[in-house]
Design a protein around this ligand. Structure first.
Ligand code: NI
Length: 159
């Protein structure tokens, strides 16, 4: 396993649409493990392929709630219900947070890290994380969805 470099906000790769994975082979499994390790290193709850420079439809999520992390390939929202206003950040935007409207509940179909078909019902924080990460696969960033005027820099940094 290895830590991968996280691409930051202005990186054009974050704006590209990621490609479907055809087979969950050893390279994809290694990528997923690296992404998990990278996300944990930076205390993130989610990370998507394009954020480590890989334009493939892969995401990892860990809510640190005692459940196993999710390692998902080709995730797709097949149902979405309700809405919630949430504070959100992104590992590609260190120290930036904004309010975003996300679905309250989503149903996602994907392949897991073993290539098996799974269906996940995500509510609240999990619905938020799944929506955020799947957006990344389509080149959509949380700042695109934020409620105008809510962007905050939590750690002041001079540029
Ligand atoms: Ni993000």
């Amino acid at each position: 396993m290895a830590i991968r470099e996280i691409r930051l906000s202005k990186d054009e790769i974050l704006r590209k649409v990621a490609r479907e994975v055809e087979e969950v082979d050893d390279r994809i499994k290694e990528l997923l493990q690296d992404m998990l390790e990278t996300m944990h290193k930076y205390n993130g709850v989610g990370l998507a392929g394009p954020q480590v420079g890989i334009l493939k439809r892969v995401i990892v999520i860990d809510l640190y709630d005692g459940n196993k992390p999710l390692l998902l390939v080709n995730p797709k929202i097949i149902k979405s219900k309700g809405e919630q206003e949430v504070d959100e950040g992104c590992l590609s935007f260190p120290n930036e947070y904004a309010k975003v409207i996300r679905p309250k509940e989503v149903v996602v179909e994907a392949l897991n890290e073993e290539g098996k078909k799974v269906k996940i019902v995500g509510k609240d924080l999990l619905a938020q994380a799944l929506s955020h990460e799947i957006d990344h696969l389509n080149g959509v960033l949380f700042v695109d969805n934020m409620i105008p005027g809510t962007l905050e820099y939590v750690t002041p940094e001079k540029e």
